[in-house]
Design a protein around this ligand. Structure first.
Ligand SMILES: [Zn+2]
Length: 1023
């Protein structure tokens, strides 16, 4: 009885002798940075939230210690859990930053050169953390007994291995007798005496012979490649500013431990962080660069930041990778091959193709192990996207003792110790085809990455030990390359379509303002690139556009765009988006003026630019002086005075990626605004007959062209429903499955008024107040457009509630189609399986559609992403109101538009995509002095299923890059017709590398598309 406990107690006792001597470091001064100094007292509590302190003075190394191992121990607490908000520190010795310190890193090993100096200037910078509490700092100097230290680790690690196994098992019996004998050599009677050291040596030798070296020739065990890592959230419970400092501290710690452990290798993704470290801490950056060059610091990951993949547009994902890979290549000479996204909340089915076409062969994550209901059945598999592209995917299966939201939970912040190593292997699913797994170990978010303990563990676990996988320190890319080889010729599992995350479903909606700003910035920057691509290249604002894009990309980080950061983060993003819109609008105006210069003239005119690759009729809303009208070649355009006093004008036939210059002319007829009248309960347009109930919910929507009713009998359209939204754990992140149990229909009505009734549209204004919140809505019904727009303002004051708008649809279908990046996915509208049930809230980009054989309804939005679908029902999630980590995150005014589009045939024939683009990319206008004209389209595509998505200058300045995609799952030959003469045209990958030159017939080329294929071409065209 208690045999192993006895061994354990004996090993614990050895810990007492780790230090030959200890000294407190005193005679130091302390001050809040920039303020007066006081005497520093060991253990005295000080500090408040978010402040910086400095502790400084002389550090003396006793003469007789200098040949020994001397450690400076600095800590605030021995027992606190690493919650990434504890005080974090940096240590300077004689003016040189030597290391970062945090809960997990409390010792600085003094290098020989430092010890030799005898007396040094010590400077400690303490960041208090984000919690409102006081804390002490303890500073000690230790003379470590190196021989004790080594034996202690030998014993402790062997014991930990032993404890992984049941008593009496073969594995247990391979450790226990060895440990039992080994501790018998330890003689504690006279510490540090000759007998003591003799015992230590015998113990060490015995362990070596009977355990650590005994099995080294056996080749059977599975292997673990362990790469050091620190996952740093660029913003979350801290600002970007603080993340830069976290990086400085953690990277300094990594570099220091690299000096001590020559085998240690480390991976870090996110060029954005490197770029910030480079700007703020150039010396540190130089050291990192040297380690990258040496091959021990792995600069891998591919994306500019580890971005959200649900809400970002296709072009944004491409830019994340384009700028990410470019940075790694230019700065470190590394061509990235892994998409490293351990912590992102779901993975779009567009990703495999984007990766394949960006030269990325491998994908790594762990986050899907947090799924609430179902586990992805494989950890190593080929992930196939909507177009059929495949990418080798591997989930890190590292288990942890700590936080576990589900029993399958695995982590990218691995603790490299025997239990986790064994657990990772046991948890791994594809043992039959692969016997090597990957662990990323080290504390994240300012936790300093790997610890000395982990590196000592790795050294010992690098031997073959009974029952344990063998640990090898290495790099992720080498791991993936070996994995690919291992899998050759084997039956590798496949996963097709999206990697939906069964968790954090609130992130499609929380922090609505950022979602809107992100969507608007994406489209605006793309539009500007399209304008300048039509001008002489000398005008192209390349650097400015790159800077603005990078701000957009930064704010797509997986805790910023999802809405899961603190208030201070969003105070900053508000400023950044304001800057983006300000600069972008100026750029747009200047670009349009330059375009107008091609049409010399003095007439007061209006330039109308169409950034879409399809010719369209669309509306513009401008200030028009009284007595003026717009004419298109002498013909006055239809206009309507709208409620805000502006003029709404219908402009027809604006060419694809082209423009019209309209003349501004005097008109005798004075335009009158509509007198507002009580809204009628039945409204008719050329397309529909709508009936409202007393609450002004839609009770009938009759489609005159199709001669049918859109809503199921007895159901109400445009119904607002409020749900109680009290998630179990992560307030800003989650909508939990039970949220529908408590719902409240918002059928209050303050007023319903017909505020516009003109040649372009009828507009009904509806106002609803509920508790302290208020919805004002303009329902726009057009004479010339089958879309019905619901322009909505919400003064949102609720807490822990969710606002949805619902549209029942009388169509018989089991699935709905959702717009995603570069294509679309179908999802079921039923809950037949646990997988379907888990998708009770899903994300979509610009539109969603529910159709039966020849009829359906599309819903489009200008800034929303959360949907839920049921049999004959589409619902759009408009707003949430979580309270943590940012209390009242969404309180205040919101403005957004959603639209419905009842259509005949399917969404493909009905051109839902064009209407959704029209909603998101309205015509751009600018007052110019020029002659009226209609431009020839700059580029047209002869088929309707290919979208011309992006036109930009090539990164190297040689020609233009045009990105197109097929979005109806059809093999297609797309004729492209350019306005200018084409000098060359190459098919490229997404990184703009030329693949093949294509024949061009003056202004025409044929581009082949596979279903859902993204094609990138590089062209030179005459202006
Ligand atoms: Zn993260």
């Amino acid at each position: 009885m208690f045999e192993i406990e006895g061994v354990q107690r004996c090993i614990g006792e050895l810990r007492k002798f780790l230090y030959r001597e200890k000294k407190q470091v005193n005679n130091l001064m302390i001050n809040e940075i920039g303020k007066e100094q006081n005497t520093y007292v060991q253990g005295e509590y000080f500090g408040y939230k978010d402040l910086y302190y400095e502790i400084s003075g002389k550090l003396a190394i006793p003469t007789d210690w200098r040949s020994g191992r001397v450690e400076l121990e600095i800590y605030s607490s021995k027992g606190e859990w690493d919650n990434s908000t504890n005080p974090q520190m940096k240590v300077w010795l004689d003016g040189a930053l030597i290391q970062g310190l945090d809960v997990n890193h409390q010792e600085v090993l003094l290098p020989q050169g430092v010890k030799d100096k005898g007396e040094l200037d010590l400077r400690l910078e303490v960041y208090s953390g984000r919690e409102e509490k006081q804390f002490p700092i303890f500073i000690n100097l230790h003379l470590v007994d190196e021989r004790v230290r080594k034996v202690f680790y030998d014993l402790a690690i062997a014991l930990k291995c032993c404890l992984n196994f049941e008593k009496g098992t073969q594995e247990y019996l391979a450790y226990y007798p060895v440990l039992d004998q080994a501790v018998r050599y330890l003689d504690y009677r006279d510490p540090f005496s000759e007998n003591f050291y003799e015992g230590l040596e015998k113990c060490r030798q015995y362990l070596k012979e009977k355990l650590y070296q005994k099995y080294d020739d056996i080749q059977l065990q599975p292997q673990v490649t362990a790469v050091g890592h620190t996952h740093i959230d660029i913003a979350w419970l801290w600002t970007v500013e603080q993340a830069i400092q976290k990086s400085q501290r953690s990277f300094s710690t990594v570099l220091k431990l690299m000096e001590e452990y020559p085998e240690y290798e480390f991976i870090q993704s996110q060029p954005q962080l490197y770029d910030l470290v480079k700007a703020h801490y150039p010396d540190l950056y130089k050291k990192i660069k040297a380690r990258v060059a040496e091959g021990r610091w792995e600069a891998e990951g591919s994306m500019w930041v580890e971005a959200d993949c649900n809400l970002t547009s296709g072009e944004s994902l491409v830019r994340q990778i384009l700028y990410g890979k470019k940075f790694f290549k230019e700065e470190f000479g590394k061509d990235n091959e892994i998409l490293w996204l351990p912590d992102v909340f779901g993975y779009s089915a567009a990703l495999p193709q984007i990766l394949k076409k960006s030269g990325i062969s491998y994908f790594m994550t762990t986050k899907l192990s947090w799924n609430q209901f179902n586990q992805i059945p494989s950890d190593t598999f080929h992930w196939r996207g909507i177009d059929g592209s495949e990418v080798l995917t591997h989930f890190i299966t590292t288990t942890n003792d700590g936080y576990k939201p589900s029993e399958h939970f695995t982590t990218y912040n691995g603790i490299l110790e025997p239990k986790a190593v064994l657990g990772s292997w046991q948890r791994y699913g594809e043992k039959e085809i692969n016997d090597e797994i990957l662990i990323a170990y080290g504390y994240g978010d300012g936790g300093g990455g790997p610890t000395r303990q982990m590196l000592e563990n790795a050294e010992r676990l690098g031997h073959h030990l009974p029952g344990m996988p063998k640990v090898k320190l290495g790099k992720a890319l080498d791991y993936f390359r070996r994995l690919e080889k291992t899998l050759e010729g084997k039956e590798v599992p496949k996963w097709m379509g999206e990697l939906y995350f069964e968790y954090h479903r609130g992130t499609y909606t929380t922090m609505a303002k950022n979602k809107r700003d992100n969507r608007k910035s994406e489209f605006l920057l793309q539009s500007i690139e399209k304008i300048y691509s039509q001008l002489d290249p000398i005008h192209y604002p390349k650097e400015q556009l790159e800077r603005l894009w990078k701000l957009v990309l930064l704010n797509q980080f997986h805790d910023i765009l999802p809405g899961t950061s603190i208030k201070e983060v969003y105070d900053q993003t508000d400023k950044e988006y304001e800057l983006i819109f300000h600069e972008a609008n100026l750029l747009a105006e200047k670009g349009l003026e330059l375009l107008a210069e091609f049409h010399m003239g003095e007439a007061d005119s209006l330039m109308v630019f169409n950034a879409l690759g399809t010719k369209r009729d669309s509306l513009i809303e401008i200030e028009l002086e009284a007595g003026y009208c717009l004419k298109d070649y002498g013909e006055a355009l239809i206009r309507q005075k709208v409620k805000n006093g502006k003029s709404l004008i219908l402009v027809k036939d604006v060419p694809s990626l082209g423009y019209k210059i309209l003349s501004l002319e005097k008109e005798q007829k004075i335009e009158a605004a509509t007198e507002a009248v009580v809204a009628p309960q039945v409204v008719e347009t050329p397309y529909y007959r709508l009936a409202f109930n007393d609450m002004f919910e839609i009770t009938s929507l009759y489609d005159k062209r199709a001669a049918r009713e859109v809503l199921p009998v007895g159901k109400h359209g445009n119904r607002f429903v409020l749900y109680e939204d009290l998630p179990m754990g992560y307030d800003a992140w989650d909508i939990d499955i039970y949220y529908k149990k408590k719902s409240y229909i918002i059928d209050s009505l303050e007023k319903a008024v017909l505020v516009e009734d003109g040649r372009i549209r009828k507009t009904i204004e509806i106002m609803r107040c509920f508790e302290n919140s208020k919805i004002t809505q303009h329902i726009h019904l057009y004479q010339d457009n089958p879309r019905i727009d619901f322009e909505t303002w919400v003064d949102w004051q609720h807490e822990h509630n969710l606002l949805k708008v619902e549209f029942p649809v009388a169509v018989n279908t089991l699935e709905a189609t959702f717009d995603i990046q570069y294509g679309n996915v179908k999802r079921p509208v039923h809950t037949n399986t646990s997988w379907d049930k888990a998708r009770f809230e899903v994300c979509g980009q610009k539109w969603v559609d529910m159709s039966e054989g020849d009829y359906g309804l599309s819903i489009m939005t200008d800034s929303k992403y959360g949907y839920d679908v049921d049999y004959q029902k589409l619902a759009l999630t408009l707003l949430r109101s979580p309270m943590d980590p940012y209390p009242n995150v969404d309180k205040g005014m919101h403005h957004f538009i959603y639209s419905i589009y009842p259509h005949q045939a399917t969404w493909k024939e009905a051109k839902t995509v064009d209407l959704a683009f029209d909603l998101n990319m309205p015509l751009m206008t600018c007052r110019v002095k020029a002659s009226p004209t209609v431009s020839i389209p700059w580029l047209t595509c002869g088929v309707s299923n290919v979208v011309i998505d992006s036109v930009k200058q090539a990164e190297d300045g040689d020609g233009l890059i045009i990105r197109l995609y097929e979005d109806q799952n059809k093999t297609t030959m797309a004729p492209l017709i350019f306005r200018g003469l084409v000098k060359f045209l190459y098919l490229c990958d997404l990184l703009e590398n030329k693949i093949e030159e294509l024949n061009v017939d003056n202004q025409q080329a044929q581009i082949k598309f596979k279903p859902y294929e993204i094609q990138t071409i590089r062209v030179s065209v005459t202006v």
